[in-house]
Design a protein around this ligand. Structure first.
Ligand code: NDP
Length: 454
């Protein structure tokens, strides 16, 4: 068996060694999942619900342990990591109500009655990125299990530790063996097998648009169901009539949370020209006030980037001749640190404006009016998230309807609530996660005619 070493991105020191799952081991895990799923789907809905609640309780009892693992593995600030562990518990708790609510329909037809059943799809392959290892795992895992599927999850190669522990907690909570398995390893090996093995009936992928596109091609070969959550380059649109203090104070957190490694990051700030100077005056102290440093300290707001190679790729966007308006701080010494950075002015064709950086770099661009704000916001192949700041309710709704994106907030920078739908437009995604309708993504509708003829 091959193994590989996990590094702490804040110290560059080894944290743990984990097995790298092979293709053969992945196929064997899928075969075990197929067998386990036949039993799991026939567990009475009330019992499936009870087991998911026990799983949620087990995660809750180990939330601090999971949070500390995430601090060490991903460099997330401990406050954020605690929230993320709590999110796994909450998402499991939310979907534990689903097994007893998987209703079909009765449709009167000539000569009888049609009834529908929401059948589980079978084995679901979950391919998880490194930026939010716990929440993104839970968003696929919980509804898939609730609907009666078996799940084989592949965490990102660099950040498998919390997912592996959650796999153990599932067993400790009483979930049957092989209903939920976690296979650490490479995307090109484990992830690819999940896509290529015909016994996996659905893939849930979160990650880059480029890999998402390849996975879509792979799934097409088997006509395999697919949910994609991909990249973003979201706009934070600031109108002159908004609460400028609040918009400027929260803008850094809308993009620098998780060191900008967030598909919902509002990485393009668009500001109405009449208040550009006032906005920049307020943004500067807000950016410099972001507390960057040791992720194990409760006061830390931003940790390191995930790896040295990722830091190099972020740094490419802040070239020698880039217009850096101002920057925040970052520690010296070991760790993959990068200071919060504001680029302005910025050309509309510059890579820092057009490409997803996935780091703590934001651009600021002025606009004249509502029409130009919408045009700029939509001038991207992505459409995942965004914010609109205005005191005018009508404008807020008009602009929200005009912006081609899946998740918007008005006068707020928040993005994801597990009880509301989440997903992207354009090249940011395919399908919706979260919310009550997520179960539809993990079930097939079966239609049965019952004759009432004598
Ligand atoms: P990737 O899309 O490369 O990886 C996401 C997941 O897919 C990982 O588990 C990865 O495994 C796996 N994977 C990689 N190649 C394959 C494959 N051929 N078949 C199946 N699975 C595969 O994202 P990265 O982590 O490399 O990040 C690159 C960029 O993607 C970021 O800079 C950002 O722009 C974007 N991104 C967006 C995210 C989002 O939430 N929307 C999340 C993460 C990244 P492995 O860990 O081995 O690479």
């Amino acid at each position: 068996m091959t193994t590989y070493t996990i590094l702490n991105p804040a110290t560059e020191q080894p944290v743990s060694t984990v097995p790298g799952t092979t293709e053969e081991e992945t196929d064997a895990a899928i075969a075990r999942a197929e067998v386990a799923q036949r039993t799991w789907r026939s567990v009475a809905p009330g019992d499936r619900a009870r087991l998911l609640r026990a799983f949620a309780a087990q995660v809750d009892a180990h939330a601090e342990e999971l949070a500390q693992l995430e601090v060490a593995n991903s460099g997330h600030p401990v406050g954020a990591a605690r929230w993320e562990a709590g999110q796994v518990r909450d998402v499991l708790q939310y979907y534990s109500a689903a097994p007893e609510r998987l209703f079909g329909k009765q449709i009167p037809v000539a000569g009888g009655l049609n009834v529908t059943f929401a059948e589980p799809v079978g084995v679901v392959g979950l391919i998880v990125p490194w930026n939010f290892p716990m929440p993104i795992l839970s968003w696929g895992m919980a509804p898939a299990l609730a609907a009666g599927n078996a799940v084989v999850a592949k965490p990102a190669e660099m950040t498998p530790l919390t997912a592996m522990r959650i796999g153990e907690l599932a067993l400790e909570a009483g979930l049957p063996e092989n209903v939920f398995q976690v296979l650490p390893g490479k995307g090109s090996v484990v992830g690819q097998r999940l896509v290529d093995n015909a016994a996996v009936r659905k893939i849930v992928f979160t990650g880059s648009t480029e890999v998402g596109r390849q996975i879509m091609v792979g799934c097409a070969r088997h006509v395999k169901r697919l949910t994609l959550e991909l990249g973003g380059k979201s706009a934070n649109i600031i109108f002159a009539d908004c609460d400028l203090e609040l918009a400027a104070a929260t803008a850094p957190y809308g993009v620098f949370d998780n060191a900008g490694q967030d598909c919902c990051a509002r990485s393009r700030i668009l500001v109405q020209r009449s208040v550009l100077d006032q906005f920049m005056e307020r943004l500067e102290p807000a950016v410099q006030g972001v507390r960057v440093g040791d992720p194990s300290l409760p006061e830390t707001e931003m940790g390191p980037l995930i790896s040295g190679s990722h830091r190099a790729s972020v740094a490419k966007y802040v070239t020698e001749d880039a217009h850096v308006a101002f920057r925040g701080s970052a520690p010296e010494g070991p760790g993959y640190w990068f200071p919060p950075t504001v680029l302005a002015p910025i050309g509309l064709n510059e890579p820092a404006y057009t490409e997803e950086i996935f780091g703590p770099v934001v651009t600021v661009t002025p606009f004249e009016d509502e029409a130009e704000a919408i045009k700029l916001a939509n001038d991207t192949p992505y459409g995942l998230s965004g914010s609109i700041w205005t005191a005018n309710v009508g404008r807020a709704i008009r602009v929200a309807r005009g912006v081609e994106t899946g998740n918007l907030s008005i006068n707020s920078h928040s993005s994801v609530r597990y009880w509301t739908p989440f997903g992207g437009f354009k090249q940011s995604g395919l399908g919706r996660e979260l919310g009550p309708d997520a179960l539809e993504a993990f079930t097939e509708t079966k239609n049965v005619f019952i004759s009432t003829q004598e």
